[in-house]
Design a protein around this ligand. Structure first.
Ligand code: NOJ
Length: 560
């Protein structure tokens, strides 16, 4: 399963594509698979090893496609199965692997099996694939327990029954996310069997891996007990981190390992999305024989301080090294790093509101810090994920009006949480024009407006503008990925902290580690310039480095 002892995913740089926002081939204002396919050359030039596609399956799009109505299909808005096959083939020609999203916790309320459950009677085998329960209170008018939906409000919705007694309010069903995303009951043998088929379906099509959505949540305590006391957002609970998950993931690992290599040397992978309150929670997921990988979100949760970054890195490395717990600074669920790092604190559910309140203040600081964070990310041992647009330094779009917002989190909280639309705004490819080049062709009078509005200044972040500017964020990423491929110290391995002698960890704002042979990362998180550590040559820097000192919010790759 390995390539000369080296497994590809252990140090892969994977690029996350949110297909509806990446590139639009047919001019309808919604990104699609042919759009992505035509931009593979861009990704090859960037230097990534794989792409992870968030869901492109048929879906009513109540949660950006994470409400799946057919796990083995392609939404007609995004393309066809022939486009998937063409994408996998063309990507392989560029030495890029394809990872797809698996959404096992819930489906869409439009999924045929959920429709069948709604049409069937309480207690029927159709309902037993989901969590249908009678309500509490004399008329069953209270939800069966007090679990909250992750998007706000109750995790239960009451259905209307049409039976021999006419039409009347009936049972409730569980949805940890939106009302339109009913949770599967994984204790029902139909459910694991269904997903084994889904996994086989995609592996047979040649995908190199699966990203497992809500991998911490798919088993529930069968008694569905009320939550008691205070429950931190990601701590163990009746629906998080259940012990039943590990045997399931071992069975999926066996499936993955039974597959031949997909047009490349090396095994297929799966990477779990596991949110946690303390990183040790990831321990059981990383036991041998389970999921090959889980994300570590440490660099998203860490505030902009050298000591916090160092603590976050140590915590993640203590688990496995970076190879089984890849590093990320952003994804389609959290505020963009170029804006988020303006705040000194790590990401929380309040971050987007705080950014909206900040307006334009500190925009340059955020941009500088995100460039520095990228050099930290790509110098760490193991694998890293880049979310589309990070390589362009795209900021969080904060000026989306209520009428344009799409995220169910915004609606289910009555607008209290603005939601995640601001990191999903379509990519600007060119300086000018409708959609800044997002649409490759027009329909009729010109391309439709992008499905989420782009800010007026989006053109300055475009690929076209940045390719023409040698100091752009895009060119920084391209240079970093080239160096990462070539430098023997980068990729898998270990690091050694190299803070200045006598200084405490991260003291004075300098974060500094060495990797062998001959590589040093230095990043200045403090407010004043610091002397560069002893080195031979500056290989790459996220901002101007002159006179032997490292300015604030700047990182450098040095040869020792
Ligand atoms: C995590 C996904 O990344 C997010 O976008 C989605 O809303 C939830 N899981 C529910 O599927």
């Amino acid at each position: 399963m390995s390539d000369g002892g080296h497994v590809w995913w252990e140090d892969a740089v994977v690029y996350e594509v949110y297909p509806r926002s990446f590139a639009d081939a047919d001019g309808d204002g919604v990104g699609d698979l042919p759009g992505l396919r035509s931009r593979l050359g861009y990704l090859a030039d960037l230097g990534v090893d794989a792409v992870w596609l968030t869901p492109f399956y048929p879906s009513p799009l109540a949660d950006g496609g994470y409400d799946v109505s057919d796990y083995c299909g392609v939404d007609p808005l995004l393309g066809t199965m022939a486009d998937v096959d063409g994408l996998v083939k063309d990507a392989a020609a560029h030495q890029i692997r394809v990872i797809v999203d698996l959404v096992p916790n819930h489906c869409s309320s439009a999924h045929p099996l959920f429709r069948a459950a709604l049409a069937a009677a309480p207690g029927s085998p159709e309902r037993a694939r989901f969590f249908f329960r009678d309500g509490r209170g004399p008329g069953g008018e209270q939800p069966p327990n007090n679990w909250p939906s992750q998007f706000g409000g109750s995790a239960w919705t009451r259905v209307t029954e049409a039976d021999g007694q006419g039409v009347h309010p009936g049972q409730w069903y569980l949805h940890l996310y939106d009302t339109s995303q009913p949770d599967w009951d994984w204790r029902n043998p139909d459910v694991p069997a269904l997903f084994e088929d889904v996994i086989g379906f995609w592996l047979d099509r040649g995908v190199a891996g699966l990203r497992v959505d809500v991998a911490h949540g798919i088993f529930k305590d069968p008694d569905l007990p009320d939550l008691t006391g205070s429950h931190p957002l990601n701590a163990p609970s009746p629906y998080r981190h259940r012990p039943e998950l590990q045997p399931l993931y071992r069975s999926w690992r066996a499936i993955l390992d039974s597959y031949p290599a997909a047009g490349f040397p090396g095994a297929r992978t799966a990477i779990g999305e596991v949110w946690y309150d303390v990183p040790e929670t990831l321990g059981p997921y990383l036991e041998p024989g389970g999921l090959p990988q889980v994300f570590n979100f440490e660099l998203i949760l860490a505030g902009w301080r050298a000591a916090e970054f160092r603590g976050a890195i140590d915590a993640a490395l203590a688990l496995t090294g970076g190879s089984r717990a890849p590093w990320v600074i952003g994804n389609h669920d959290v505020a963009r790093p170029a804006s988020r790092y303006r705040l000194d604190e790590g990401f929380t559910p309040q971050t987007v509101s705080r950014l909206i309140a900040l307006g334009d203040q500190n925009a340059e600081t955020g941009a500088r810090r995100a460039r520095a964070a990228a050099l930290v990310l790509l110098a760490l041992p193991g694998s890293a994920y880049i979310y589309q647009g990070e390589e362009l330094g795209l900021p969080e779009v904060t000026e989306i009006g209520a009428e344009a917002r799409q995220d169910p989190r915004f609606f289910r909280t009555g607008g209290e949480y603005p939601g995640r639309d601001g990191c999903r705004v379509p990519i600007p490819w060119s300086r000018t024009g409708t959609g800044f080049g997002f649409s490759l062709t027009s329909q009729g009078d010109g391309p439709a407006a992008p499905w989420l509005p782009q800010p007026a200044q989006w053109g300055r972040y475009s690929v076209e503008s940045q390719l023409a500017d040698e100091h752009s964020t895009l060119n920084l990423y391209r240079a970093a990925l080239r160096l990462r491929r070539d430098h023997p110290a980068l990729g898998p391995g270990t690091l050694r902290w190299a803070d200045r002698e006598g200084a405490g960890p991260g003291d004075g704002g300098l974060l500094c580690f060495a990797r062998e042979p001959g590589f040093i990362l230095a990043a200045n998180f403090g407010p004043a310039p610091v002397p560069l550590p002893a080195h031979r040559e500056v290989l790459l820097a996220s901002g101007p480095v002159t006179g032997g000192s490292l300015p604030p919010d700047t990182a450098a790759w040095l040869s020792a």
